[in-house]
Design a protein around this ligand. Sequence first.
Ligand code: GLY
Length: 400
Amino acid sequence: MTRFGTPSMALGCDNDGWMDSRDVVVVGGGVIGLGVAWRCAQRGLTVTVVDDRPGRGASHAAAGMIAPVSEVTYGEETLLTLTMESARRWPGFAAELERASSHPIGHLREGSLAVALDADDNRALEALFRFQRSLGLDAERLTGSECRELEPALVPGVRGGVLVRGEQQVDNRATTAALLLACERAEVELVAARADEVRFVGDRVVGVAVGGEPIEAPVTVLAAGAWSGSLPGLPPGVLPPVRPVKGQILRLMSPGGGKDRLLQREVWGRVEGREAYLVPRASGEIVVGGTVEEQGFDTTVTVEGVRAMLTAAFTLVPGIDECELVEATAGLRPATPDNAPVLGPSALDGLVLATGHYRHGFLLLPVTADAVAEVVVSGQVPEEIRAFSIDRFTRAGAPA
Ligand code: GLY
């Protein structure tokens, strides 16, 4: 087995340099941490994941969209290369995960449709469409009636749309459950507790303390989502610049369940000046999201958040008034100053970063899991994640 770096000091060493330790400790049991853990275990490493509520953070509140073309944003072309590569890997990743876990994850490829409800929105959609086409992305411009032919439940006044065929989605909670099962089958150890702090030998990270007890490994992967920017023990220059961005989200159920689904594909629109999306599952569930709020670590579900999302969903698809409102919840997206993740080695030996996925945790899961496992196993940083090193924030002139 190859390790990332070499343990510099004995912690009570065996022949390999480590006694009673694992090969990797992953801090964070959301989809990113579990995906990295699974990939590392598949490559023969012994892995421990530390999380007091595995799968219950942002992964629980997400919609599971895998829609890099619909979500492309001006100025984020570098991120697009990573999101497109990850979307390309998703069908294989989904099939492999379902096989490894014997658990379906609701992977669908029905596409996405962004719609405009008035002339201003239609101009903005036209500009987005031209931007997508200038980047060589497959997107089709539709009239309002073409949108309604595809999705008859859309409001009659829809002015126009952009269709992206083949964009994907997974059921976020089924995917988390599948990752937990796949990790268990691959003998990943799960410690259901919060990491108190990072442990060091000299300048080298050698694991974490949990309930006062050490969990040691030559490599620690920081994948703690919105909490990654505040893990105790790491000096300020090493902590990734990650902050929480609250997202409230609704889960509705169609009256007929999976029969007579209201929508076939993800639908995006702007209502009251805010972006909203509806993500229909095969079961008849419709996920409606999502607010974007700078509220620190607050996860309160608010009347205003629920009102805004219900108004947006009802304005776009009036037939949702027949649905059951099953759940309103809130999660914390791990955001960085440039909205892109922080991946790969850190400034400290023994510490690898896999965080800051902001709105794209599910979308970026396959490429993150593959690439970060490669860093852990071989110490090599794959080409596709080189632009996402923490160095971009720490060198002179970096974004604040
Ligand atoms: N990717 C959708 C969201 O973060 O709301």
